[in-house]
Design a protein around this ligand. Structure first.
Ligand SMILES: O=C(O)CCC(=O)C(=O)O
Ligand SMILES: [Fe+2]
Length: 335
């Protein structure tokens, strides 16, 4: 892929910023919004959202909790090593993955968790185990004390944004607004808080923050620390563009399963993260999927005689399982 890349554009002007505060407004407002989203999804598959409604305090709290968590000693964090829990929940250390096979490793550490009720009740165990990817409950560090609460508060708020986006995607695809509702009871699969230490090594040493990849579920909501450039996206002209953080926004990128569901009308952009800012950089990625039994066949507005279906029908569960296995076995084995 890198052979085709022609240059790096200096700014993120090419990535649209979409205000979604009308997502629950009048039919006309929603139609206008859905049109903007459709254009963004068909072009590079990535956009910023403002007006998402997540309180600043919720973001500040998870940001300080994750900074405190990642500054703990490695051996403390490794007690919750995610490959021991077998479901991507828990801690992943630096260079634990290598998402771009031609590289030598990803210089990031992360902490992952799946859906969980904010206020546990007797049904909690069932709900915690409902994620389709790999069963299993979340694990939580005992310090810093507010970590779990801050993490889940943000998680729940971002899931609310994800539900709104699903409705807008439906409208953008000329489907009834609620089309995805009964297919996405289990929509939020995994959230990862991420820490990228500053990279000071030679530029071409095969180590980047997170190598070039596409996300494999339906879409991702990414919060990135303001003021620190790291995320880059390969646009439709095969140019790497900086997705510079814009305060108050979230980044939304389409992922492979929604691209497949739309017969590639929506694009799933290749992206990577490299932190050469000289200071640590933090981000939070929340991956949205669909219920495992849902069959992915192209939505009617995305097929025609000129645009026949490109992919065979597959269930969400089978697709995700395969992608996880491919990714999992590429990575470094547990110690
Ligand atoms: O940290 C970032 O900016 C990107 C994270 C990402 O792409 C991912 O976790 O899939
Ligand atoms: Fe990604």
């Amino acid at each position: 892929m890198s052979a085709k890349v022609v240059s790096l554009m200096p700014d993120s002007a090419a990535i649209p910023v979409i205000d979604i505060s009308n997502a629950t407004g009048t039919q006309e407002q929603k139609t206008v919004l859905a049109r903007k989203i459709k254009t963004a999804c068909m072009e590079d598959g990535i956009f910023y959202v403002t007006g998402h409604g997540i309180p600043e305090e919720t973001i500040d709290n998870v940001f300080s909790a994750m900074r405190a968590y990642f500054s703990l000693p490695l051996e403390t964090k490794m007690k919750l090593y995610h490959k021991r829990s077998g479901n991507f929940r828990g801690y992943g250390p630096l260079l634990d993955s290598n998402i771009e096979p031609s590289n030598r490793g990803d210089l990031l550490e992360g902490f992952g968790a799946g859906w969980q009720e904010l206020f546990p009740d007797e049904n909690d165990e069932k709900k915690e185990n409902s994620s389709h990817a790999k069963p299993g409950a979340n694990v939580w560090p005992s310090e810093p004390a507010p970590f779990r609460k801050a993490y889940l508060n943000y998680y729940h708020a971002a899931v609310g944004v994800g539900r709104m986006l699903y409705r807008l995607f439906a409208l953008a695809l000329d489907l009834p607004e609620t089309y995805f509702d009964d297919k996405t009871n289990d929509l939020a699969t995994n959230m990862r808080t991420l820490h990228y230490p500053p990279q000071t090594g030679p530029v071409n040493d095969g180590i980047v923050g997170l190598g070039a990849h596409t996300d494999f579920e339906c879409f991702t909501i990414l919060w990135q620390e303001p003021g620190i450039q790291a995320l880059q996206v390969l646009n439709s002209e095969m140019r790497w563009i900086n997705a510079t953080p814009i305060p108050g926004t979230l980044v939304v990128n389409i992922a492979d399963l929604l691209a497949r569901w739309t017969n590639d009308v929506f694009k799933s952009p290749v992206h990577r993260a490299i932190n050469r800012s000289g200071v640590p950089r933090y981000s939070i990625a929340l991956f949205f999927g669909a219920d495992s039994q849902v069959q992915i066949e192209p939505v009617p507005s995305c097929i025609s005689s000129e645009q026949p279906p490109k992919y065979e029908i597959i269930s969400v569960g089978d697709y995700v399982q395969k992608r996880i296995e491919d990714m999992y076995y590429q990575t470094v084995p547990p110690p």
